[in-house]
Design a binder for this molecule. Structure first.
Ligand code: ATP
Ligand code: MG
Length: 732
């Protein structure tokens, strides 16, 4: 992410308002200096929209034209809001509110609830799906998992489009929505769901906005107070504003026009929730005197990445596509995006992990790498693979950093130490003091093995240590007390330091962010576009999701897919249709096997990838290239020296483990890995670790069990016959 770079370097705050404008191009400057009246920026990915509005706010504040407390900047995700606060602070404009619509509304609601409604504000419902299921049951409507998800989506859509249950059937038909059940049933579930919420005194995510809108509409005194505080509004990612958010924005404005919006219709990816680019595209129609600025220079990505992004957009259809803007890269050339086909998902994840390891070894920071996928469930196999490859990763965003218990605790300890250190004496460098304090709480120079809570904790503390190092480098004379003050300020501004780990995120969550290296994984038909995208419009939104993914990359971009879910699967999947005609030589099948080694690097694009060293068949000595054969460590048709009994014992053991962990069996070990173990019969950890699929983490977790089984011990598990084993790895 952009801010992370600045973050660690503690750049000097610009020394004047004019200096804030340095580093903007003429169009961006036009945005930054248009401080009065409505402004609309229509521009493609990476053209500096977010940068332009951040500098606009900072310029206004530094020039004394905008009061910091009178500005409300709205961004799309909590993470983006956190980044914007960080950037504003670095430009000398701390104190400006940058929040999501939801967070801004919740704050206002909490503040006005006692006066406008009375009593305590109701609790926020954490998981809507459960209550929807309950509502379904009350209506005697059985919903399967997919229907439950879809009905929940319909209820959310109703709420953000302000559609009441009685209007649902008509509204859904009018907008051509694919209804998951009979509309009358959906309407009944929706009514019951609302009733259940009232009975339990809870509100959901959408209610926060609805209630705020309600209070502002009904209570002129409250609206007046809010309007006298906030006079200037800035909205990022405006193409994804929902009618409900738009209503809220209008109530905040109350007829005034100090509004600046920026967006890119080609990045509309939330229309399934009711968001629409209409408000962005119709801005000029609503504000005839608006300053409209277009930006086309792409400062983020190399020409190679930009060419793919433009290619994708070139195939787009529909309203958003009609407004597409061809991007022009301002950067020097870089590697071609790579396209890799794998035989199965674990192989794909291992391939990505290997490549990530190489990038890190070549000097790319883990926080500058992201793996992006379509649905959150895809993260698991990547978590496994990265942990096996010894690569730190983070799932959660950095925005809540200062609320983590270990960070709070560290803050208290450092404060105590700063007080004690205030006594005169030989000054000890700040980072040294920080390290000393934090090592009593689980920090060490090397990370702990494996993943999980201990590792998370270490990552947080390591981020604080790094922050102290950067801080001391920027301010050599500063004391521990100064550092503690810096932490306080950052906590207030929610300006988190970078947690050094590869980001695992969904494409939706990656919006607005950027990394040096991006891995777009799982690019198959059925995942992207996702199976339930059926109408042309839904498929177009999936294409835009891929566009968003591609344009997150600054330099390295790797696209991949797997032909089966699990090893030994039928291999019947097809790469995403969105890549047709874009990936070199669309003869996808030809690439099968060559990509499975994975490690060769994005630099060379398709073909010719190998593992770090060649893997030879341990029977005939031939160089292996097929993913399955590499795992087996022999040719598929070379004679097998499999110990059948051991293999069955291993499978039975694996089933138990998988049950215990609540994970699919292949997450313990894949079939191929088990086969290889049963053939090699390793006698110690060293031999076991030579087998493909046995990484450091697995060795740590399962090594003792596996070695015991190989040496003939039973581990108290009854040996089952092959016929009795359920086929837990059947292709879906
Ligand atoms: P997205 O559509 O993905 O949200 P964006 O239009 O908001 O993208 P930014 O994130 O503001 O783009 O900028 C993209 C990158 O280009 C950032 O790293 C930013 O610092 C850099 N950048 C933007 N404008 C300039 C400029 N004039 N000079 C140098 N770098 C720039
Ligand atoms: Mg942006």
């Amino acid at each position: 992410m952009t801010a992370t770079l600045h973050d660690s370097l503690f750049p000097a705050v610009p020394d004047s308002a004019d200096a804030v404008l340095d580093g903007l191009d003429p169009e961006q400057r036009a945005v930054a200096t248009a401080l009065h009246g409505p402004v609309c920026v229509l521009a493609g990915a990476g053209t500096g929209k977010t940068r332009a509005i951040t500098h606009r706010i900072a310029y206004g504040v530094r020039a004394g034209i905008l009061q910091p407390a009178s500005v409300l900047a709205v961004t799309f995700t909590a993470r983006a809001a956190g980044e914007m606060r960080g950037r504003l602070r670095q430009l000398g404009a701390g104190g400006v509110q940058a929040r999501t619509f939801h967070a801004a509304a919740l704050r206002q609601l909490q503040y006005f609830w006692p006066r406008a409604v009375g009593g305590e504000i109701p609790r926020l419902l954490e998981r809507k799906v459960q209550l929807v299921a309950e509502a379904g049951a009350r209506c005697r409507i059985r919903l399967d998992r997919n229907e439950l998800r879809d009905v929940t989506g319909e209820i959310e859509w109703c709420k953000v489009t302000q559609t009441v249950p009685e209007e649902y059937a008509t509204a859904a038909a009018k907008t051509g929505r694919e209804v998951p059940r009979d509309p009358a049933e959906v309407a009944r579930i929706y009514t019951t769901y609302e009733q259940l919420k009232r009975d339990r005194g809870v509100i959901d995510f959408e209610d926060v906005l609805l209630l705020t809108v309600g209070v502002l509409q009904d209570r002129p005194d409250v609206a007046e107070t809010v309007r006298s505080q906030y006079q200037h509004f800035v909205v990022d990612e405006y193409q994804d504003v929902s009618p409900l958010q738009q209503r809220l924005l209008e109530l905040w404005l109350g007829g005034r026009d100090s509004l600046c919006v920026v967006g890119d219709a080609s990045q509309t990816i939330y229309s399934f929730t009711g968001a629409t680019p209409d408000f962005l595209l119709g801005f000029r129609g609503r504000y005839a005197d608006a300053t409209v600025v277009k930006l086309v220079r792409d400062y983020r990505s190399t020409p190679q990445v930009v060419a793919l992004a433009n290619g994708l957009l070139g195939q787009a259809r529909g309203q958003a596509a009609a407004h597409r803007l061809e991007l022009v890269s301002q950067r020097e050339g870089g590697p071609e995006p790579s396209y890799t086909e794998y035989s199965d998902e674990p192989a794909e994840a291992e391939g990505a992990a290997r490549r990530i390891r190489q990038l890190i070894d070549s000097g790319v920071r883990p926080s500058e790498i992201a793996v992006l996928y379509r649905i959150n469930a895809q993260s698991e196999v990547y978590e496994q693979a990265l942990a096996d490859a010894g690569v730190p990763y983070q799932l959660r965003g950095a925005e809540r950093f200062f609320e983590r218990p270990e960070v709070r605790e560290a803050g208290l300890l450092l404060r105590g130490a700063a007080r004690a250190a205030a006594e005169p004496g030989e000054p000890v460098p700040v980072p040294e003091q920080v390290r000393a304090v934090l090592s009593s709480r689980g920090w060490a120079s090397e990370p702990p093995a494996g993943s999980g809570a201990v590792r998370d904790r270490w990552e947080s503390l390591a981020a604080l240590v790094r922050l102290s190092e950067d801080f001391a480098a920027a301010r050599p004379d500063a004391t521990l007390g100064d550092f503690v003050a810096e932490l306080d300020e950052r906590a207030n501004a929610q300006h988190a330091p970078t947690v050094e780990g590869v980001t695992l995120a969904s494409l939706h969550a990656a919006k607005g962010l950027e990394w040096d290296a991006v891995f777009l994984v799982g690019l198959t038909e059925g995942t992207l576009p996702i199976t339930y995208a059926k109408t042309d419009e839904q498929v177009e939104e999936e294409r835009r999701l891929l566009y968003v993914g591609v344009t997150r990359a600054r330099f390295h971009l790797a696209l991949s897919w797997a032909l089966s879910r699990s090893p030994g699967g039928r291999g019947g999947r097809r790469p995403s249709r969105f890549l047709d005609g874009l990936r070199p030589g669309s003869t996808a099948r030809g690439a099968r096997g060559t990509g499975a080694g994975g490690g060769g690097g994005a630099e060379r694009g398709q073909g010719g990838r190998r593992r770090r060293g060649p893997v030879l068949c341990r029977v005939c000595g031939r160089t292996l290239s097929d993913a399955g054969e590499i795992k087996l460590m022999r040719c598929e048709d070379c004679p097998s020296d499999l110990d059948e009994a051991l293999y069955e014992r291993l499978r039975a053991w694996r089933m138990d483990q998988a049950k215990e962990l609540g994970q699919p069996a292949y997450c313990v070990f894949t079939d191929k890995t088990l086969l290889a173990i049963a053939e090699v019969r390793p006698s110690d950890a060293g031999e076991l670790s030579q087998i493909a699929g046995v990484g450091a983490r697995k060795l740590d977790k399962f090594g003792a069990d596996v070695l015991a089984l190989c040496s003939g011990e039973e581990l108290g598990i009854p040996v089952q016959g092959a016929g009795q084993l359920p086929d837990e790895e059947a292709e879906e």
